[in-house]
Design a protein around this ligand. Structure first.
Ligand code: GLA
Ligand code: ZN
Length: 672
């Protein structure tokens, strides 16, 4: 077994692959527990997450605990070889706690206190919540640490999912302390917040509040700091529980993240817990659900710094919380699951084991549906259980990517603040477009934060890097100087970490690196756009959403708008749209508008040079994990060609040259 993080053992290496899901026995009677355990065994389930929403069942009133039912369930499971990822049960506080202190309830941006009766009804900065949660965790850890079926600790659940920012008075008080720590003195805060504007100067920290509902735009830096503070507040809860667990237990600790979720800066949470877990719910109705899923998987592996991670939750088929809940087609759940394994997951888990018969999630799919074990979904679950046992060797192999996309929560928060040139820029859409382009070329990529080392990547894509502080500008500059290839796009290098404009022309600290100077920009209305072409090419492309007046200083122009049509409403058009700057031993490309996928692919190919080869089809996912090649067909029947003889671990067949893949077929190839 490999050692991990702070010296504890990483359960994700050495155990093969985990398979299972959330299990909520508190919703069922004893007879059902036995049936559950038997059916889990039959499906080769080896791990279940228990107790996530059990607080009110475990601590029935303050200090009064009932563990007997849980003991019984856990023993039943262990008898069938099912291990437990035991939750700390703090994800949803019980009614008695709210009754004893109603300020446990969170308050929204508009000042409304939310009511009990759904879930996650707590303010992360409520002392009553924190001390009650701490006591519960301690009780649980002391009681179950020596339980032989315990594999790992599941802290809380999806931090921030429903309430990512609370605006109550507890939070206001904590925010002031947080600001004091960040800025030291009130003058530094006034400077950082630019509070000379609109008479917002503060005389002391005690005058400051969260950016609650206000007559018009709240101070942007106050808003940005509140995002940071809120993410930090949730992280503190995770740290609090992890520290209690560590006081009594060496078992690994995790919590389930939500991929591209705005409330939690996962890069800033690195180091809390022992490994990273993901809940993945791409919409089956989306055009390319497998690409959406893959992006979340790659983000999670990147947050885990390349270490194995756990797919903690996904839906066997439909969820219940979208307007119209699309189902996964036969085979699709398996294909999406194995894509996670291809991208570094050492386990595939679901929400949830047995479909609920009551409550708000009764129409959420489950491994064991309402129809019971004689169902398509349970059979597919069994099949996946079989598959995963054949892939246990994969657990020690790692994915290595040579291209990275910059993904920065600070930039996400800042670029989507109000009072901007346009409210039509959505950071995730830009990220997703470039991710999609790389997928079309068959390239697996990492996501990197501004603090990460870029030197191991052949190319880095940084879409819409609105917020770029001096340190990150230096890092990008030395990356390119050292031979890297960088691609940036419009509305980049505009502000520093305080959301202050970097003066002298855009893209601020990155002007020399990109070799361009942007003097003005002019956002376009939906439906408006302009034509442009690559220099020396007659093909016309379309720019939308954004136009700007770019003067190349040292960059050369690769594409420009057509003479007759200006790039902007200023009429100063005829400008460049795509630029390339040689810098040191590398190159920096700059794209000045929003483009369609065909042109995006041209830009990305230019960035990558001839180092990469396009894969056959964008519906066929090909990912290398160490010595294993995963081939997953998300589209219609297609032929896939192999370079040499390989064995498919799933079917056991030795394959040569070409193989025909039906929809959702998967191969896991290894050299013979
Ligand atoms: C989240 C939660 C689960 C469940 C699922 C439903 O992932 O963690 O408890 O509510 O959503 O999709
Ligand atoms: Zn609060």
């Amino acid at each position: 077994m490999a050692s991990f993080g702070d010296g504890t053992l990483n359960p994700l290496i050495g155990d093969g692959l985990y398979f299972g899901g959330d299990y909520n026995p508190e919703q069922w009677d004893r007879e059902t527990w036995v049936e559950d355990a038997d059916l889990m065994r039959k499906a080769r389930v080896n791990l279940v997450s228990v107790g996530i929403f059990s607080w009110s069942r475990i601590e029935t009133s303050e200090g009064k605990y009932d563990f007997e039912w849980l003991d019984e369930v856990l023993n039943l499971l262990l008898d069938r070889g099912v291990y437990v990822d035991l939750a700390t049960a703090t994800a949803s506080p019980p009614a008695w706690l709210i009754k004893s202190d109603p300020t446990v309830l969170p308050v929204d941006h508009d000042g409304r206190r939310l009511s009990f009766g759904a879930r996650q009804t707590y303010c992360p900065n409520s002392e009553s919540f924190r001390s009650a949660a701490s006591r519960l965790v301690e009780e649980l850890v002391i009681r179950y640490n020596d339980f032989p079926g315990l594999k790992m600790w599941h802290v809380s659940n999806e931090y921030g999912c429903h309430v990512s920012r609370c605006y109550c008075d507890n939070c206001a008080a904590k925010f002031r302390l947080w600001l004091q720590k960040r800025y030291g003195g009130i003058e530094a805060l006034n400077h950082a917040w630019g509070s000379a504007f609109w008479s917002q100067l503060y005389g002391g920290f005690d005058e400051i509040n969260p950016p609650r509902i206000a007559p018009t735009f709240a101070n942007p830096t106050q808003q940005l700091d509140y995002y940071r503070f809120a993410s930090d507040s949730l992280r503190e809860l995770y740290e609090m529980e992890a520290a209690i667990i560590r006081g009594h237990s060496d078992k690994p600790i995790t919590t389930n993240y939500m991929g591209f979720f705005k409330g939690v800066d996962q890069f800033a949470w690195r180091g809390v817990g022992d490994f990273v877990s993901l809940d993945s719910y791409p919409d089956p109705h989306a055009a390319q659900v497998h690409v959406d899923a893959a992006a979340g998987y790659d983000l999670t592996r990147s947050v885990a710094e390349g270490e194995p991670w756990l797919l903690m939750e996904q839906a066997p088929s439909a969820v219940n919380w979208r307007g119209i809940n699309g189902v996964k087609k036969p085979g699709q759940m398996r294909a999406l699951s194995l894509s996670a394994v291809a991208r570094g997951a050492n386990g595939v888990m679901f929400f949830q084991w047995r479909a609920a018969k009551a409550g708000a999630e009764k129409f959420h799919s489950a491994m064991l549906p309402h129809a019971g074990a004689e169902s398509r979904i349970y059979k597919e679950v069994q099949q996946l259980g079989d598959d995963l046992t054949k892939l246990s060797g994969v657990a020690s192999a790692k994915v290595s990517a040579s291209v990275a996309i910059v993904f920065d929560w600070n930039n996400w928060w800042a670029i989507e603040l109000d009072s901007h040139p346009t409210d039509h820029i959505f950071y995730l859409l830009s990220i997703r477009k470039f991710y999609g382009s790389l997928q079309r070329m068959g390239i697996t990529c990492d996501f990197v934060s501004p603090k990460d080392d870029l030197s191991k990547y052949k190319a880095v894509v940084a879409p819409n890097l609105y917020l770029c502080d001096r340190d990150f500008a230096k890092s990008l500059t030395s990356y390119v100087d050292g031979g890297g290839a960088l691609l940036g796009t419009y509305f980049t290098g505009i502000v520093d970490q305080n959301d202050h404009v970097v003066l002298g022309g855009y893209p601020g600290y990155l002007r020399d690196l990109f070799g361009v100077l942007v003097e003005e920009f002019a956002p376009l209305r939906p439906g408006d756009g302009f034509d442009f072409s690559l220099v020396n090419s007659p093909t016309i492309h379309r720019g939308t959403l954004w136009s700007e007046v770019v003067s190349p200083t040292t960059a050369s122009v690769l594409a420009k708008s057509n003479d007759e049509v200006g790039v902007d409403s200023l009429g100063v058009g005829q400008g460049g749209v795509l630029f390339e700057n040689s810098f040191g031993r590398g190159r920096a490309l700059y794209l000045a508008t929003e483009v369609e996928d065909d042109f995006l692919d041209i830009v990305v190919e230019r960035l990558l040079g001839d180092k990469f080869e396009r894969s056959a089809s964008e519906e066929v996912e090909v990912v290398e994990r160490g010595q294993y090649t995963f081939v997953i067909n998300h589209g219609v029947e297609v032929d896939f060609s192999l370079n040499h003889r390989q064995r498919d671990l799933l079917s056991g067949r030795v394959l040569e040259e070409a193989v025909s893949l039906k929809p959702y077929d998967v191969l896991v190839l290894e050299d013979v």
